[in-house]
Design a protein. Structure first.
Length: 445
């Protein structure tokens, strides 16, 4: 029987990602693994022999110390959230677990603490909940908060994700964030637009081909499945696939193998699938245009991105987000929008969703040479859209009612500290209507 080498356990501890240290009954550190060195920025040589609170400076150090309680009563603790100061005195969120160390007679002779760095998870949750922003995915509306709530779970899972939503809502942006925040982040993220290619080209694009597989195939070429091996394959516009190609895709997904054109040898691929569509797959499935087995294969984790008209409260945040980004990119000192330009953007219906809003602002930046974007910098369809709206509530009131309306309007503005967005919501009118009323009553600043 082979004996275990004396350095086996230290090497075993050094091979895991979590930080681990042990203490004796005097709470002096007796071992300190490589991950603990990395996470705390302190070498093993400096840590061993010192009291744990001098090295592991956590918010629970003292009477509430989980390790001290474990050594005292022998009970393990699991998943306790604390902050710890690293070598640079920077607070780092971690979760800790503790257990007692016992000798052969069962007597407690010390303790072990295992800790995991939660910085990325905490930053993601804080960014989503407080800022309502992840890249160009912006919004604090309930609809977007639901998307943000799902995102960490979608990223951590390995199952296929189906993203639905109208064109321009940001489906590829969400797919990229799911990949970037997940365990495959270091792998490739490969995109294919299923609607852009006919079946013959799509098959060679996804599965690859061998030399001589067809006229013009002068050499072999790996497909997108192989390119995405170890990472994520994003198939956009999945609802446009022909029934014949759906069969081939389903076979590849179920087997985990692809066979290049002109080859008889399948290639094993390890790929996470994220798909997206702006079409109603259930309706397509009911009509026989989309396979039921493929639908349920792709729709393990469904998420829907709302249209911009469904989350109008996010429009001011999106405008400011794109304004800041465009100002930084172009070097233009555009500080904001005029009231009327803002009202036009707020009331527009955006058939092209967030993408259209971004394009409108890019156009405005190209035309604006002053500090504020005005109506003249916006596309004509915004003006046409407003003129086409018939809102009886926007009619100018009779002279006998104007005084009362002015007093009501002035009171609402003062109550909401002249914040026009909140005032319009309180009066249940659009910002365009509010701007018009303020102009009629001489209340524009």
């Amino acid at each position: 029987m082979k004996t275990i080498p004396p350095d086996f356990y230290p090497r075993l501890l050094d091979s895991i990602e979590e930080g681990v240290f042990t203490v004796d009954l005097g709470f002096r550190i007796t071992s300190f693994n490589a991950a603990a060195e990395r996470l705390l920025g302190i070498s093993r040589e400096r840590a061993v022999g010192r009291r744990c609170h001098e090295v592991f400076r956590a918010t629970l150090c003292g009477e509430a110390c989980a390790l001290k309680l474990t050594v005292a009563d022998g009970e393990a603790r699991r998943g306790i959230r604390v902050d710890v100061l690293d070598a640079e005195d920077e607070a780092r969120p971690i979760s800790i677990s503790t257990a007692a160390l016992r000798d052969d007679a069962g007597r407690i002779i010390g303790g072990v603490e295992i800790f995991r760095d939660n910085t990325e998870i905490e930053e993601l949750r804080r960014e989503l909940s407080e800022r309502g922003r992840l890249g160009d995915l912006v919004g604090t509306s309930p609809a977007m908060q639901e998307v943000f709530r799902l995102l960490p779970d979608l990223a951590a899972a390995a199952a296929p994700v189906l993203i639905t939503g109208e064109s321009g809502t940001g489906k590829e942006l969400l797919a990229r964030e799911i990949h970037r925040r997940g365990p495959r982040a270091e792998g490739p993220f490969v995109t294919v637009n299923a609607a852009a290619l006919p079946d013959s080209l799509l098959e060679s694009e996804l599965f690859g081909y061998e030399k001589g597989a067809f006229t013009g195939a002068a050499g072999s070429k790996p497909g997108r499945f192989q390119e995405a091996d170890g990472g994520t394959l994003f198939l956009d516009e999945i609802g446009d696939l022909s029934p014949a190609f759906q069969v081939k895709l389903l076979r590849a997904l179920e087997s985990g193998e692809v066979t290049p054109l002109g080859s008889n040898s399948p290639r094993v691929v390890d790929v996470r699938i994220i798909t997206a569509t702006n079409r109603d797959l259930r309706r397509l499935m009911e009509s026989g245009a989309f396979r039921e087995d493929l639908f349920y294969r792709l729709r393990v984790l469904p998420v829907r991105l709302p249209a911009l008209r469904e989350r109008r409260s996010d429009i001011p945040e999106l405008i400011e987000h794109f304004r800041r980004r465009l100002a930084a990119r172009t070097g233009r000192a555009v500080e904001g929008l005029t009231d009327e330009a803002f009202a036009l953007l707020y009331d527009y219906v955006y058939p092209g969703n967030v993408r259209e809003l971004r394009n409108i602002l890019e156009r405005a930046f190209a035309l604006c040479h002053g500090p504020r974007i005005g109506v003249r910098h916006l596309p004509e369809e915004l003006l046409t859209d407003r003129e086409a709206q018939v809102e009886t509530t926007d009619d100018v009131p009779p002279i006998s009612e104007r005084s009362d309306q002015r007093q009501r309007l002035l009171a609402a503005l003062r109550e909401h500290r002249w914040n026009r967005q909140r005032t319009a919501e309180a009066l249940d009118i659009s910002r365009t209507t509010l701007w018009r009323w303020m102009k009629q009553h001489g209340l524009l600043e």
